[in-house]
Structures are given as C-alpha cells and as structure tokens.
Design a protein around this ligand. Structure first.
Ligand code: NDP
Length: 603
C-alpha cells in the first residue's frame, strides 16, 4: 500500500505499514557490527576523566569472595553476603570509586528514570530517603558510595584496577586472578558483576578518525572542555558549535543542558525517542516520615508486578511506567473482557493491545506538536514504533529545547550521519561545521560476553568461557555455568528482567547469597551447576524467549533487539529470560525453599 499521511481514524493496516517502513529504513546488514569498539586508536574514549591515577604496589593475597565490579549489583551482593555472615570480601573495579554506571555517567542532567525510592538500593539499611522522586546522578553516586562505606567495603577494595584474567586451580579449588597492576589474587569464590551497559560504543561513521574537533562519549564527560558540572552551566561552550549524536535516554537528559549553553547545538537524530512527562518533585518529608519497615521491598515488588501485568489493583509508584503497563498489558485485557461481557479471542487481544499502544503513542506524538513550535521539527521528532520497542523516555525540558534559536535538529531520516570531514559532520550532503562532537551513542550490547568483560575466564580442564559461550550463554538460573565452579555471574545473564534493574540485582543477590552461605555452612570446596540442570534451564529460556522475539520482530532496531539481528546469540533477547520477571524471581525463591539444591553440587 502507498503510505499517505496518517488517516483521521485509527487504521491498523496503515499503522503496521508505517512502522514497517520506518523499521526498514533503519535495518542494516552490519547489525551490531556497525559500531566501533573502544580499543586501539579509540581506547582513549574509555579512559577515566574523573580520578587521577594513583600508583601502588602489587598485592598478593587471598580472599574468600572476590567481586569484579563495584556498581549497584555488586554492592547489593556484598551487603547481603555480610548480613549472612560472609565478611571476607574484596571488590575490584577499573573505576576510581564505587558506583558503576553512576561513577561513569556524569553527563549534565543524569538522573534515574525509575523512581528513586525503588531504584536506589538498600535505603532502609542506610536509613536514607532520596531527596527527589527521580534523583540526579550526584545523589545516586553519593548513596552508592555511602553503601560501600556502611559495609566497610573500601578497606579491602582494589579500585583503579582492571582484571586481566582469571583461572580455576583444580588442586587448590581457588580462582587465580590477575590484574593490570601486577596483583596476584586468589579467592574461593568469584562473582563477576560487570554491568550490562558498560563499554561505551561509537558509531562506525566513515571519517570518524578524521574529524579534528574535540570529541568524547557521554559516559566520560569532559568538563575541562565544556565547563560546568552535572547540574549544567557549561560556560565554556558559549562560543562553540557543538554536535551531539544520539537521542536515546542519555541524549534526552543532556541535550537540554547543551542547548542552554552552546553557541549553536546540532542534534543529529537517527531515530526519535518517546518523550513522556517526567513529573519530578521533591520528596514529601511527611510521606518519608510515615514509611513503615519493609516499605522499600514492598514498593519495589509492587512496581515489578505492575509493570509485567501481574498486579492490577494496587499501584504504589503510579508513574508513567506503571500507568503504561496497566493500559498495555493483561489488566487492560481483563477490563476490556469485562466491558464486552465475553472472552476475547487471541486475535482480538492482539488487535486490542496494538490499538492501545497506538493510542499511547499518539498522545506522545501530540505532545510533540503541542510543545515544539516549528511544525517541520515537530514532525521529525515523532517516533513511529510501538512504545516498548525502545526504552521509553521521560523528560520535561527535552522537547522545549528545540524551540531555542541556537538549537537545530538535523534529522537523518533513519540513515545516521553520512560521514565526517576534518571540521564537519555531513548529512544529506550538507556540512555542519563543529568545534566539538559528543557521542551519546550508548554501550556495547550483543557482542560476546568476554569481549565486553575485557578478560578471559579459564575454568576446569582449561576450558575458556569464550569457547563455552561461543554460541551464547550457558548457565543455570543465569548465575552459574558448569565447568566454572565457584564462579557466579551477577547482572543480566540469562536472568528475568524488571525495568527496575535494582530489583533484578536484589533477587539475584539473594540467590547468590543463599548458595554462598550453604557452601560456607557445609565447609565445602566447590559449588557448581550440573550439566543437566544447565541444559534444562537453557530449554526453559528458549521457550520463554518466543514471546519477546515476536514482540521485537516488527520493532525499529535498538540495542534491545541487537539492532534487528534476530538470531544474535549474544543479544539481550537470547540471553535474558523472556518470561515475566516475577516468574523468574518466584522460581528462584521456590527453588531455595525446597532446600534440595536441585542441579547444584556442593562438594
Ligand atoms: P542508546 O543505545 O539507547 O542510544 C544510542 C543513540 O545513539 C540512539 O539514539 C541511536 O540511534 C544513536 N546512534 C547510534 N549510532 C548512530 C549513528 N550512526 N548515527 C546517528 N545516531 C546513532 O544509549 P543511551 O546511552 O541513550 O541509553 C542506553 C541505556 O542506558 C538506556 O536505554 C537506559 O537503559 C540506560 N540509561 C538509563 C538512564 C536512567 O536510568 N536515567 C539514563 C541514561 C541511560 P538509533 O535509535 O537510531 O539506534
């Protein structure tokens, strides 16, 4: 069919054709390989601009539990281990301090997009309530560092230290860990907690090497160049022509600051994001004072249940995430069934939810027309895909930024920047002269786990993890892999996934702590998944992946769908449990409750 302007009435065929056309513009044969790795000539993009490197002597010693990574997941795990009486813990991280994502991402405007009362971990343990509903980066980072202090984790930490490899020693039943500082560390148990959006990625645009202006990635913000700090005030950009590539969750948050301060800002857009109201506000002290013990866990669980369509009657968070879920998942079907007074067929349910999604997207597109004064710019900012094809965005200052006279949206109609010259970015033959170019282009996803990790894990019989996982991850419950005893994976490895990463990390830390405590109580040498149990979990994962695969099949590409590479064995779709996160969490909890340790050998 030929695609004219949107019809006045909802037309499912038109919508499908429109979404397909927009998706097709963006599908690329090179998929995740379109990005440049931050190694070799690009490695400086990953350097730490925040902490001066301190020299120290190499360390040679042994710890009971060594955790690689000092972010949110590792801090929760360390806290839960300590509560269980396991205190000999060492954390190693490349960064100059704790915080993980929140150590690195210090771009102006950085802010959690999940409500801070459920996103900031261990609030009750630290007797802390965030100051605003969606806290900003400095507060989150300070809280994560307060956790590290509270649990005494600095004492044993090796910061500014990058692990270079780890090898299992079958005789001592220890892991031997090497680092770039020449350390020789051993540990009974190792937890690998690298985060899932860690390694900055750059667009493989021709001439990226030739551009002679100043460049950096948003996760390594160069305040020496821009001036200002995380709250903005980028005074050194006042005479600069600045370009930014990337309009995802990060772009949404930093573009308003760049627009405010740069002499001229060019926003190079490949695909627009959805931008819903943020509605941030300071925490009500009366509400905070009335919180009862157990409140954070209850609120966190409720959010995950609502967002995956399980809880229908109680919505404690009541924000964009939960309201969308209530409108676009099973609760909406239940309401519609009641209205019709009969069961709906599967085809009717599909059509009903598709239309509900369209209506939600239409409201967001209307918001753009209402806010952005130039109609051509407004049209170019409109996203044409199902709401959850990309991580939904929330911001109140992003759209008005395009009403500023010094801000230009350069829409590339799905093609991206064509090439760079020494002084300019080129789109459709037009040269945009730039002093500086900022990459808000996200993080490596969909490549081999050990490539993103940055080192090899060598297990029993010298088997390398990169070989074992060459065709995708192989784990039991996402935490252990047969042949790699006493090694645990935290983070998003074959896990159920809540939009609130902290909840996922909590549930995994709980399971990890149970396994470690049981191992310690038994005075055992090893704890390992059996091969059979791993096979069973893989089968369950494969079955559960059908639903999300079907959802993403007609989505515009993104890191969530491996840039449209349907069968990428290293992508998020292949390597996360595709069922409801609550099913995954309940399954882990039921597994622990049996006390039988099915599929895990502790010997
Ligand atoms: P994303 O991967 O979401 O976005 C990358 C952006 O770069 C996209 O707009 C992409 O366009 C664009 N891009 C990539 N290559 C090119 C190219 N060649 N030409 C033009 N544009 C290009 O990264 P983000 O850093 O924005 O976000 C990553 C994730 O981090 C989020 O989804 C979220 O989970 C998390 N995050 C969370 C925050 C929070 O909680 N507050 C804040 C920020 C991030 P296209 O869409 O066409 O691929």
């Amino acid at each position: 069919m030929s695609l004219g302007p949107p019809p006045a009435e909802y037309d499912a065929d038109w919508v499908r054709a429109k979404y397909q056309t927009e998706r097709d513009k963006r599908l690329r044969a090179d998929g995740v390989d379109q990005f440049v790795e931050v190694t070799a000539g690009f490695s400086h993009y990953a350097d730490d601009p925040y902490t001066e490197r301190l020299e120290r002597d190499p360390v040679t010693d042994h710890t009971q539990v060594l955790i690689i990574g000092g972010g949110l997941g590792s801090l929760i795990a360390a806290a839960r281990l300590q509560e269980a009486g396991i205190t000999d813990i060492r954390i190693v991280d490349t960064a100059g301090d704790f915080g993980g994502t929140w150590y690195w991402n210090r771009y102006p405007g950085a802010q959690c997009d999940i409500e801070s009362y459920i996103y900031l971990p261990l609030l009750e343990e630290l007797n802390y309530v965030p100051t605003e509903r969606y806290a900003h980066g400095p507060e989150i980072r300070a809280h994560l560092q307060a956790i590290a202090r509270h649990y005494g984790l600095y004492r044993n930490a090796l910061l500014q230290t990058t692990v270079t490899g780890m090898t299992w020693n079958e005789i001592t039943c220890h892991w031997e860990i090497g680092t770039d500082r020449g350390d020789r560390l051993t540990a009974n148990l190792v937890a690998v907690s690298p985060g899932s959006l860690t390694r900055p990625k750059l667009p493989g645009i021709p001439g990226i090497n030739e551009f002679g202006g100043h460049t950096f990635h948003t996760s390594r913000w160069d305040y020496d160049y821009t001036g200002g700090d995380e709250s903005g005030n980028l005074t050194r950009l006042r005479d600069k022509q600045v370009g930014i590539i990337g309009t995802g969750a990060t772009g949404l948050q930093c573009i308003p600051h760049l627009g405010r301060d740069a002499a001229q800002l060019y926003v190079f857009q490949r695909t627009p994001s959805t931008v819903a109201e943020r509605d941030n506000r300071p925490t009500d002290p009366q509400w905070a004072a009335g919180l009862q013990p157990g409140w954070q866990r209850m609120r966190m669980e409720n959010f995950t249940r609502v967002t995956c369509g399980v809880e229908t009657d109680l919505d404690l968070t009541d924000d964009g995430w939960t309201r969308n879920a209530l409108a676009l998942t099973e609760p909406a079907v239940i309401r519609e069934t009641a209205r019709l007074g009969r069961e709906m067929t599967p085809a009717e349910i599909t059509e009903f939810l598709y239309r509900a999604d369209w209506e939600a997207m239409e409201r967001l597109r209307q918001r753009i027309s209402d806010v952005v004064t130039d109609p051509k710019t407004a049209e170019a900012l409109k996203p044409w895909f199902k709401l959850n094809c990309k991580r939904p965005g929330y911001h109140d200052d992003y759209l008005p930024t395009f009403n500023r006279p010094n801000v230009t949206l350069v829409d590339t109609d799905g093609a991206g920047v064509q090439r760079f010259t020494e002084t300019a970015a080129v789109v459709a033959g037009v040269h945009y002269e730039l002093d500086a170019l900022i990459f808000a282009t996200g993080f490596e996803v969909g490549t081999e786990f050990t490539r993103r990790l940055g080192f090899e894990i060598v297990g029993r019989d010298n088997v390398r993890l990169s070989d074992k996982w060459a065709k995708g991850m192989r784990t039991l419950h996402g935490l252990q892999s047969h042949g790699f005893p006493n090694c645990f994976f935290l983070g998003y490895t074959q896990s159920g996934v809540s939009p609130n990463y902290t909840h996922t990390a909590e549930e995994r830390a709980r399971h990890f702590t149970y396994l470690v405590s049981t191992w310690a109580q038994r005075g055992a040498a090893t704890v390992e998944a059996t091969s059979d149990a791993e096979e069973e979990w893989l089968a369950a994962m494969t079955a559960a992946s059908e639903k999300p695969k079907a959802f993403y099949a007609d989505c515009t590409p993104s890191y969530l769908s491996s840039e449209g590479e349907k069968d990428n064995p290293h992508g998020m779709l292949a390597n996360n449990f595709g069922g409801k996160p609550t099913d995954f969490f309940d399954m882990l909890s039921a597994w622990r409750a049996t006390g039988r340790l099915d599929g895990v050998e502790i010997s």
